[in-house]
Write a protein that binds this ligand. Structure first.
Ligand SMILES: C[S@@+](CC[C@H](N)C(=O)[O-])C[C@H]1O[C@@H](n2cnc3c(N)ncnc32)[C@H](O)[C@@H]1O
Length: 232
């Protein structure tokens, strides 16, 4: 594709449909995102990525990677850039999968992007060496089902990042946050979101230990978000 054609398509995605939630480097001097959708930063999810980056092996040669709730594919592309053999990204929304496929085409990389819910991962009929479950658990109405699906498909390492409840670390607690309260009562689109489960770090760790992982380590806790890495 010629640069003008790429730029035109990027702007079409920006102005029509879902807009760019993620800023993807298209590796041709063009990046995707120029405006906020949910109050996230323009280089989103760069900061989130840096919070979990220590748990991602620098060399993924020969490995298989799954990015659950991949959006436009930021983490999937990061895995491909690190040499992963097979990278699959799944998201509930066709519009994000269209963005991810466009980015893969422009970056000239082969990845497998599919419309698929976190509750349907078994239909992939395989497991993955490394699984990302980043920024999605708080969207999941059936929290434990999502935890089980993400765990079952992980052969080795699972990285989880989600909204957390920061208190009561002596007790494993999960708080239910009503959808209308998410991001403030005026937040555009909030009513379309389901209710949200916010575990504290103890509950987040315990839920994954319960799935049979040998270890679950805390990566970070900051600003109402937390991350863990679970190893088989
Ligand atoms: C907050 S975004 C996070 C995207 C990306 N993982 C990141 O950290 O930038 C949540 C993503 O999960 C997707 N999603 C929400 N519910 C889902 C589900 N049940 N199954 C698969 N994807 C889902 C949304 O469409 C959206 O792309």
């Amino acid at each position: 594709m010629e640069p003008q054609e790429i730029q035109k398509k990027v702007e079409e995605f920006e102005n029509e449909g879902l807009g760019w939630y993620q800023n993807i480097d298209l590796k041709c001097g063009i990046t995707t995102k120029t405006r906020q959708i949910w109050g996230e930063e323009i280089d989103h999810p760069r900061k989130r990525f840096e919070e979990i980056a220590t748990a991602i092996p620098a060399d993924l040669t020969g490995k298989s990677v799954l990015d659950i709730g991949c959006n436009a594919g930021f983490l999937a592309f990061e895995a491909k850039d690190r040499g992963a053999d097979y990278v699959c990204g799944v998201d509930l929304k066709q519009g994000y999968i269209d963005q991810a496929r466009f980015c893969a085409e422009v970056r000239n990389q082969e990845l497998d992007f599919r419309v698929l819910s976190i509750y349907e991962l078994e239909s992939l009929q395989r497991s993955f060496d490394l699984v990302f479950c980043v920024g999605i658990l708080y969207h999941c109405q059936y929290l434990l089902e999502a935890v089980e699906q993400a765990s079952r498909i992980t052969a080795d390492t699972l990285i989880v990042e989600t909204a957390i409840h920061p208190a009561h670390l002596d007790l494993p607690l999960v708080r239910y946050v009503r959808s209308s309260g998410y991001g403030g009562a005026q937040a555009e689109g909030a009513a379309r979101l389901p209710g949200h489960w916010h575990p504290n770090m103890t509950a987040l760790t315990d839920m994954f230990l319960e799935q049979g992982f040998a270890s679950v380590e805390q990566l970070f806790v900051y600003g109402g978000r937390g991350g863990i890495v679970a190893h088989r």
